[in-house]
Design a protein around this ligand. Structure first.
Ligand code: FAD
Ligand code: NDP
Length: 536
């Protein structure tokens, strides 16, 4: 494999600039252009987190680069600009709406700190959405400028393979564009999954592709009278992972009644003790949960509301409820179907349709690579897509041999009480090393800011999963509390560097913070002692 990588790097020479007009209005390469005659050193398909990182890095290394990006509107007609999922319909608008919800909590705290706040304080969806959307549009613009500055050619076309070195797409004016390159990186990401087997799901449901771009509040159709008359009203979020819980969290936080329908367990793959506490916290702050249920039908009622029918997964009993919005958050499908991958010979998983790659991000075709959400078995996270892309380009054009390390990738679920983690869950640690060899240190703590405001801190909890044998290598850290993303990011460095429990205990805390609770973890679960932190 290493020999193959070296041979490929040898092919990565710089080729002459060439963009030609050919008969029939076709621009770019003729089909099957030979090495030395291709348009670009690198063609990136997909202008999201990973694709843009690749394009910019390759340009920085002096290569001739093109990036193609095209956004298929959502089934509800939502469309957006350059930058991919994270910028337009993911991390960025999500975190800003999470912030809007957190501010609502701070407004509740404010009177305890002497602020005279006239109640109630209404929330204006239109204002929030417009501000968030304007920020996203500024990021779209910023990406275009950065590509221009780095002389990366950008094509707003939906690309599909013609052969293993060439893709084609139709530009806005109907012109067919052919582009050829020595190296191609596929970074087309994914899109929300619709439960198409459910009647009415596609017609009446929305997804995370739509929620951030709604001009009107998703609670707009429910008048207070209707809520009173019909009982269960509000938003239904189906799913129980990152997207479902984050969206339900901010919707509840800005004052919209929200129900989450969970068919099995919340946050599959995460530490289940922490996941349960995330749900407990959300439930105690107003989010409703329908557990062990799966939807079977959605119908629009004459008054515009959506009647949802679901089944209890254990008893099979049917139930119905009326909602003004149904948001599907049941996972994502890779954007591979329109790529014509078979023309290039790129293999995908028959189960997931994701692209199969090796540790070099190489596909079944030597000069075609894939990174980010579109790849089988990778975390679907922006920083991993970016880092994998940069490292790949440095290997291709920068003489590097560094591979992406997908171990100990930190992440945070931005629920109202944030949950950050890195490394193994307690269950995984026990499964790998055996109960006898794992020591878990834990603490229930109260953030100082919660005290004056009289906030409940029942779910503020931290646990560190370690090997039992000294020096007790840290296997995983789990933090539930305010600013968990900020806390986890710092400790992720230590864990990446192989920190031991002993070293964490030798780290001096910063007082008074929530992060310091990590370096004060003295109580092991095994001891059975009360892990409630009292005093400083
Ligand atoms: P994408 O960013 O999806 O980019 C792919 C691009 O390729 C898109 O613009 C697409 O339209 C385009 N494309 C597809 N097919 C073609 C084609 N044939 N031709 C041309 N262009 C094409 N991650 C985090 O790390 N933190 C978070 O807080 C976070 N929050 C999220 C919240 C939500 C609601 C969602 C849905 C995701 C979130 N993620 C988060 C995940 C993160 O957004 C993705 O992991 C990341 O965007 C993946 O980057 P990518 O480059 O692989 O693909
Ligand atoms: P996931 O694939 O993580 O989870 C899908 C959820 O939907 C599961 O709870 C699953 O339940 C449920 N589900 C699947 N099918 C159905 C169905 N037919 N009916 C009811 N429920 C169903 O998807 P997400 O969309 O939440 O997230 C996608 C990815 O995006 C994440 O893996 C993450 O990497 C990324 N992301 C990251 C964020 C962050 O970093 N903060 C935020 C948002 C997204 P079950 O367990 O029963 O299968």
């Amino acid at each position: 494999m290493a020999a193959m990588a070296v041979a490929l790097r040898g092919l990565g020479g710089r080729f002459r600039w060439r963009t030609q007009a050919v008969a029939g209005g076709v621009r770019g390469a003729a089909r099957g252009a030979a090495a030395g005659q291709r348009d670009y050193d690198l063609l990136v398909i997909g202008g999201g987190s990973g694709g843009l990182a690749c394009a910019k890095e390759a340009a920085q290394l002096g290569r001739k680069v093109a990036v193609v990006d095209y956004v298929e509107p959502s089934p509800q007609g939502t469309r957006w600009g350059l930058g991919g999922t994270c910028v337009n319909v993911g991390c960025i608008p999500k975190k800003l709406m999470h912030q809007a919800a957190l501010l609502g909590g701070l407004i509740q705290d404010a009177p305890h700190y002497g602020w005279e706040v006239a109640q109630p304080v209404p929330h204006d969806w239109r204002k929030m959405a417009e501000a968030v959307q304007n920020h996203v549009k500024s990021l779209n613009w910023g990406h275009r400028v950065q590509l221009q500055d780095r002389k990366v050619k950008y094509f707003n076309i939906k690309a599909s393979f013609v052969d293993e070195h060439t893709v084609c797409g139709i530009a806005k004016g109907g012109k067919e564009i052919l582009l050829s390159a020595d190296h191609i990186i596929i970074a087309t990401g994914g899109r929300p999954r619709y439960p198409t087997h459910i009647e009415g799901a596609l017609e009446y449901g929305i997804t995370s592709d739509d929620i951030f771009w709604l001009k009107e509040s998703p609670g707009k159709t429910a008048s207070p009278r209707q809520v009173e008359e019909c009982g269960r009203q509000g938003r239904l979020v189906v799913g129980a992972s990152y997207v479902a819980l984050e969206c339900a969290g901010f919707l509840t936080g800005i004052g919209l009644d929200t129900t989450v329908m969970i068919r099995s367990i919340p946050l599959r793959g995460f530490d289940q003790q922490m996941s349960s506490m995330v749900i407990e916290h959300m439930a105690s702050h107003g989010t409703q949960f329908l557990r062990g249920c799966a939807p079977s039908r959605v119908r629009r009622l004459p008054d515009g509301h959506l009647q949802v029918t679901w089944e209890d997964c254990t008893t099979g009993k049917e139930d119905t409820g009326t909602f003004d919005t149904v948001l599907w958050a049941i996972g994502r499908v890779p954007d591979t179907r329109s790529l014509n991958l078979e023309k290039a010979g790129v293999d995908t998983s028959p189960d997931t349709q994701k692209i199969l790659v090796d540790s070099r991000e190489g596909t079944s075709v030597p000069h075609i690579y894939a990174i980010g959400d579109v790849v089988e078995g990778r975390p679907e996270l922006t920083p991993t897509a970016i880092m994998a892309g940069r490292l790949l380009v440095q290997r291709l054009f920068g003489g590097s041999s560094d591979l992406m390390d997908y171990d100990n990738v930190p992440t945070t679920v931005f629920t109202p009480l944030e949950y950050g983690c890195v490394g193994l869950s307690e269950e995984e640690a026990v499964a790998r090393h055996g109960q006898e060899h794992v020591e878990v240190y834990h603490a229930h703590y109260k953030p100082l800011e919660f005290t004056v405001a009289g906030r409940d801190a029942s779910q503020c909890y931290v646990k560190m999963v370690c090997l039992r044998e000294p020096p007790q290598l840290v296997l995983g850290l789990h933090f539930l509390g305010p600013n968990a993303g900020e806390v986890t990011q710092g400790f992720a460095l230590g864990i990446k560097c192989g920190a031991s429990y002993a070293q964490v205990m030798r780290t001096v805390g910063i007082h008074p913070t929530c992060s310091e609770e990590v370096v004060k973890l003295r109580i092991s679960k095994r001891s059975g002692l009360d892990p409630t932190v009292t005093g400083c």
